[in-house]
Write a new protein. Structure first.
Length: 288
């Protein structure tokens, strides 16, 4: 279904409401749109080809690093896997409040799926400063166990947050229409679904991911019982501050036998504004 067809579909869905309420629903959905940077990956024959063919960044292979950089190790003392690197100076700007330079570099433990979500020794997130650009060189993984290399091309699009609770505070929506609106939002977001992305809200279980990061950032393991416990209500409230920074569909990129389904990175809005990527949090979702 095209964007034009979806627009007509939303008009048809909301036509059952009084005209002013239908306009409120459509306006609410329009205002909930979030800029999203879709990343379409393409396998490379070697790391040199990956680095030379795409200036925006790489997934897998070898990162560009300065000579002083110390490769991160996980809780077990093993070298982490290099996962992805995004050149913020080359990528299209999505948010005005975020840094526009440096290379955002993601590492994770090969044992990340067995580690607790609150364990910061399961991942490492580093922003290589722009001042180091002239000293960068492709850097091999210490143990030689590199993930397959991919280059990617980016494209700006939009995703819509599925906030029916917020919508119902404005308009009294019939129950059957709620299901239709949820389906419409899912269809809209599927248009911009890529193997990987930066920012956006088109990710399954996004609210739970936000809560997981809010809990983990404070050293507390997340579960649904704790989320419902009033003692942790302040953390549930803080969860709304966490934004999706990056999502990488590892299984789609690296094959059906790959143990990880996808890796997502979230960051608090204030940390994004101040460039504190070391405070971002990574959640590794195992193969389903």
């Amino acid at each position: 279904m095209t964007v034009e067809e979806l627009a007509q579909s939303l008009i048809k869905i909301t036509a059952r409401l009084p005209e002013n309420q239908a306009d409120q629903v459509r306006q609410f959905i329009s205002c909930s749109r979030t800029k999203t940077l879709g990343l379409v990956a393409q396998a490379a024959n070697n790391t040199n080809e990956t680095q030379s063919s795409n200036k925006e960044g790489v997934i897998g292979g070898q990162p560009l690093l300065p000579p002083y950089f110390k490769w991160p190790e996980d809780r077990y003392g093993q070298s982490m896997l290099f996962l992805a690197q995004f050149d913020l100076a080359q990528l299209p700007s999505v948010r005005e409040d975020g840094p526009k330079s440096g290379l955002l570099t993601l590492f994770r433990s090969s044992a990340a799926t067995s580690l607790n979500s609150k364990d910061r020794k399961g991942f490492h997130i580093h922003l290589v400063p722009e001042s180091d650009r002239k000293n960068l060189a492709p850097t091999e993984q210490p143990d030689g166990l590199e993930l397959p290399a991919f280059s990617f091309k980016s494209g700006l699009t939009y995703t819509v947050a599925c906030d029916l609770e917020g919508l119902k505070k404005i308009v009294d929506i019939p129950f059957d229409m709620q299901a239709d609106i949820e389906k419409w939002i899912s269809s809209f977001n599927s248009l911009s679904k890529c193997q990987s992305q930066m920012f956006g809200t088109n990710i399954s279980g996004f609210n739970q991911l936000q809560e997981t990061c809010a809990f983990a950032f404070n050293g507390i393991s997340y579960n649904s019982a704790r989320a419902a416990d009033s003692h942790y209500s302040h953390l549930v409230k803080d969860a709304a501050d966490w934004l999706l920074l990056a999502r990488i569909n590892e299984r789609e990129l690296f094959g059906e036998n790959h143990p990880v389904q996808e890796t997502v990175v979230l960051i608090r809005q204030e940390d994004l504004q101040e460039g504190h990527f070391d405070r971002a949090w990574m959640v590794v979702r195992p193969k389903l």
